[in-house]
Ligand binder design. Sequence first.
Ligand code: NAP
Length: 311
Amino acid sequence: MENLYDVLIIGAGPAGMTAGIYAKRAELSVAIIEGTGIYGGQILNTYEVENYPGFESISGLELGDKFRAHAEKFGVPFIDENVTKITDADKIKEVTLENGDVLRTKAVILATGARNRKLEVEGEERLSGCGVSYCATCDGGFFKNKEVVVCGGGNTAVEDGIFLSRICKKVYVIHRREEFRADKTLVGKLKSCPNVEILWNTKVTAINGNEQVESVTVTNTKDTTDEDENQTISVDGVFVAIGTVPESELYVGLASLDEAGYVVANEDCKTGTFGLFVAGDVRKKPIKQVITAASDGANAVNSVVEFLNAY
Ligand code: NAP
């Protein structure tokens, strides 16, 4: 009889790895499938995590490593492959991997998280990796004593601004409104950085340069739509931090998605589809943090156990 898992978890961010730990502790047969080769999800882009209890300050990289080490200590197996398909075969789910393997399982937890949203302006794609970056902690070091722009007004943009201010000569934080949605503590820190200039009611409309970023074109979002109002700011780098979009393309037709593509489920992480559960940032929910992702991982396994008991 070929292997039949109790539960397969897709995605090795905080939600997936917590689910793995809880599943092992519930003595379920489980594996975590992660196609990127990266363990920790979006926290790896975070320089400093200061709101995960028990760690006053820890780098995202280190926290991701700790999650993985914790999961490994409980014997959670990791499968380094992309999932290409999830199909139903009677009461069993078949999870097809990119290498052609088909894994059979009673339940699946979708924990694929979210990816960076693009500005979708002229020059962004062409200069991606040539001055345009989506990860300040990964690429900030390339901009030592240089001038950069950060786009966005959420926690990521504000954290990126603070982080880059320690490396760069000057950091422009460009936000389309006149108020950040980031936590007040972070906003206070950003505003106290002497080399940070915040441009309110402004958006980047083009990223310019031949081989490398040389400047951005910006326009005011409030007072005018007149093209003459465009300004050019000379910078060496552009960090795009305007939020995320869910990694849920695979789930179209499998689970209920909202208009933005997030999987609709309550805190119990039940998708409403037989054997299908969801955890972490890919779930529609009001607050996306490491702690809520980890919480989802625990809740999802609780629901899986309930499901398996009735199986
Ligand atoms: P976010 O909270 O969704 O913020 C995205 C920001 O980008 C918003 O300010 C938004 O403007 C702006 N924006 C969106 N689309 C834009 C566009 N096309 N052009 C220009 N600006 C655009 O995303 P995030 O900062 O990446 O955070 C994602 C989640 O992770 C959040 O729940 C956040 O709290 C969490 N997070 C937490 C921490 C932490 O707790 N330390 C750190 C990082 C992230 P508007 O404000 O006008 O909508």
